[in-house]
Design a protein around this ligand. Structure first.
Ligand code: AGP
Length: 608
């Protein structure tokens, strides 16, 4: 997620804006830039890489004296992470400058219209299109607030924006739609930022802009109105009690908890631009010029491999594509890799830098397979070396334990299944619309349910905190989720946990069960429920305690029944996954473990 900061006040703006960007670094970025108006023209300084690269460039220039300015740290979504694509972006006349967080879905259409009018573009970004759209509107509407509103009414998508004009060097404009943007209200100075930590040392008084609102801000005042009709909006000024560090976690105890609670928004953001307005077709332009694979091998590590195992069910069910899933560290050393015509490999990696997965990609390509990458980090090694890449758009994942990344991987795998299914004719527009509707209903439901699930996870983790071993059991698409639940408990609380296909218990593992070896049974109300129910009975017959994660109205003979809302069977994973994550999170926190940085682990395993 990009970081935006704007300042209007009495201090030198550029050094203050850079300091604010430093406090947003935890959000992850790959380039940065600042802008202010100096002697009637914009001064824009940008640099690829970290803020120290930007500071090096600034140190070679005469210090700016402006007391109004803005800055940006870019997490690339459109266009490579390089200086040319870094923000701020100037309009063709160089009279407007803009920084932006989010995705303008219809930017290509707007870009074509502006190009036809003679506008030229120097970057691959949707942001540069937006600033020139505002300029184009400003040509017919002299009031910049109105021109800004006109442009935003044409742009569709998610955005948090800061805009400046050389005509008003001591003013900045801000607007938000489905991306956070907060005003900081100081004394003789005002701020805007993507997140509170940026300006917290200067003021604790904030105004939260709501979706569809915009503001005009100078050092002594601000005016908020609705983008759609410029009608004025009154907001109370709130006072923040957090310190900077807890503010970076959005008030959550750990980044992991923050990222678990981001998942509803991740589902919405991962869908952005990928579903038709009629919701009965999926658009994955990255794959348009590729055939639908005759067979697919999914290769990944850890949590990403569990996402791949889950994705296999929906890819085979919806697209009728035969799928096998391989662990990258095994796959890369296979004696021989044989591929038939139109057989493809899909490598899944949040970081895009996992050594085993990257090696597997290279081996598969050497052996003649086309490789698709599913990554979260734009411009990562896997993203650059795959023949095609799809991005999960989950924003940077800070906590070592992967949570929101898996949610977004599962979402994109679902979209791939629908996309390929439509091309093969194995799913109808109506079936696609039904699945899309199920997914679109998840964010609101999860926003409502997650707090209660968190409380249940807290209670159960305390009750089972003495356990030294745990089984996680599931069948069908819940088997990969059982593996993921076990991995989360292991890597966070250091309790030994094994994920098992529930039907496998009778083939040996059940010998381990006793009164201190509990099981976590994943048993949504679907066709396999009766089978999992019998596995629960088998465990209990050996004095094993069972936590059964199920849906309303299901009667289970378990020690603890954890009821979560029922959704369409294959989409149930989007509700089950956060429950498993929250249980492990609370167990680790209760046992006093280092939740965001578990022992022995790295966020990206770039070595063999
Ligand atoms: C997940 O909680 C783990 N930290 C780990 O298994 C991780 O999923 C694995 O290392 C793969 O990472 P990647 O997705 O960045 O390739």
């Amino acid at each position: 997620m990009c970081g935006i900061v704007g300042y209007a006040g009495h201090r030198p703006a550029v050094p203050l804006v850079v300091e604010e960007l430093h406090r947003l670094e935890y959000r992850g970025y790959d380039s940065a830039g600042v802008a202010c108006v100096q002697q009637g023209a914009f001064r824009v300084v940008k640099a690829e890489g970290k803020l120290n690269a930007l500071e090096m460039k600034l140190s070679t220039e005469p210090p700016a004296t402006a007391t109004t300015g803005m800055g940006h740290t870019r997490w690339a979504t459109h266009g490579a992470p390089c200086e040319r694509n870094a923000h701020p972006h100037l309009s063709n006349s160089a009279k407007l400058a803009l920084v932006h967080n989010g995705i303008i879905e219809n930017y290509l259409e707007i870009k074509n219209e502006l190009t036809a009018k003679g506008y030229v573009f120097h970057s691959e970004t949707d942001t540069e299109v937006l600033v020139n759209l505002i300029e184009d509107c400003h040509k017919s509407e002299p009031d910049l607030m109105k021109a800004f509103s006109m442009a935003l009414c044409k742009a569709h998508g998610a955005y948090a924006i800061c805009l400046m004009s050389i005509e008003e060097p001591d003013v900045f404009y801000a607007a938000r739609m489905s991306a956070p943007l907060i005003l900081g209200v100081g004394t003789g100075e005002n701020f805007v930022a993507s997140d509170i930590p940026a300006f917290l040392p200067y003021t604790r008084r904030v105004v939260f802009l709501e979706n569809g609102e915009m503001a005009r801000v100078d050092k002594s005042s601000f005016r908020v109105c609705r983008i759609a009709d410029l009608s004025p909006v009154e907001h109370s000024i709130e006072t923040i009690e957090w310190d900077v560090q807890s503010a970076q976690k959005g008030g959550y105890r750990h980044f992991m908890l923050k990222e678990i609670f981001e998942q509803p928004d991740i589902l919405r953001d991962s869908m952005t631009g990928r579903v038709s307005a009629s919701r009965d077709s999926v658009r994955l332009h990255e794959l348009d010029d590729f055939p639908v694979p005759a067979r697919l091998t999914i290769v990944a590590c850890g949590t990403s491999s569990h996402a791949g195992m889950w994705g296999r069910h929906i890819l085979e069910s919806m697209a009728r594509v035969p799928v096998q899933v391989e662990i990258a560290s095994e796959y890369r050393y296979k004696e021989r890799l044989l591929f038939s015509k139109d057989e493809m490999v899909l490598v899944i990696s949040q970081s895009g830098e996992t050594a085993d997965t990257l090696a597997a990609l290279r081996r598969a390509r050497e052996c003649g397979a086309a490789v698709i990458g599913l990554c979260n980090v734009v411009g990562s090694s896997i993203a650059r070396e795959a023949d095609r890449v799809l991005y999960t758009q989950a924003g940077p994942e800070i906590s070592v334990a992967s949570t929101k990344a898996m949610c977004s991987q599962m979402l994109v795998l679902t979209l791939m299944a629908l996309y390929w299914g439509a091309r093969k004719g194995t799913v109808s527009g109506g079936e696609i619309a039904a699945v899309v509707q199920d997914i679109l209903s998840l964010p609101e439901m999860l926003h409502k349910e997650l707090p209660g699930m968190h409380e249940k996870a807290k209670m159960l983790s305390r009750k089972y905190s003495q356990a030294k071993n745990f089984f996680y059991l599931g069948r069908g698409h819940c088997y990969p989720l059982a593996l993921e639940g076990a991995l989360k408990l292991k890597e966070l609380s250091y309790i030994h946990a094994e994920g098992y296909a529930a039907g496998e218990m009778k083939h040996g593992p059940i010998a381990l069960v006793d009164s201190v070896f509990p099981a976590f049974a994943i048993c949504p109300d679907d066709a396999l429920l009766p089978k999992v129910k019998s596995n629960i009975v088998e465990v209990q017959a050996r004095q094993g305690k069972v936590i059964a994660l199920t849906n309303p109205g299901v009667d289970l003979p378990a020690e603890d029944v954890w009821v979560v809302p029922k959704v369409n069977s294959l989409m149930a994973g989007f509700v089950i996954l956060p429950a498993l994550q929250l249980f492990s999170y609370e167990m680790a926190d209760y046992l006093g473990k280092d939740v965001d940085q578990p022992r022995n682990l790295a966020k990206s395993v770039t070595v063999e």
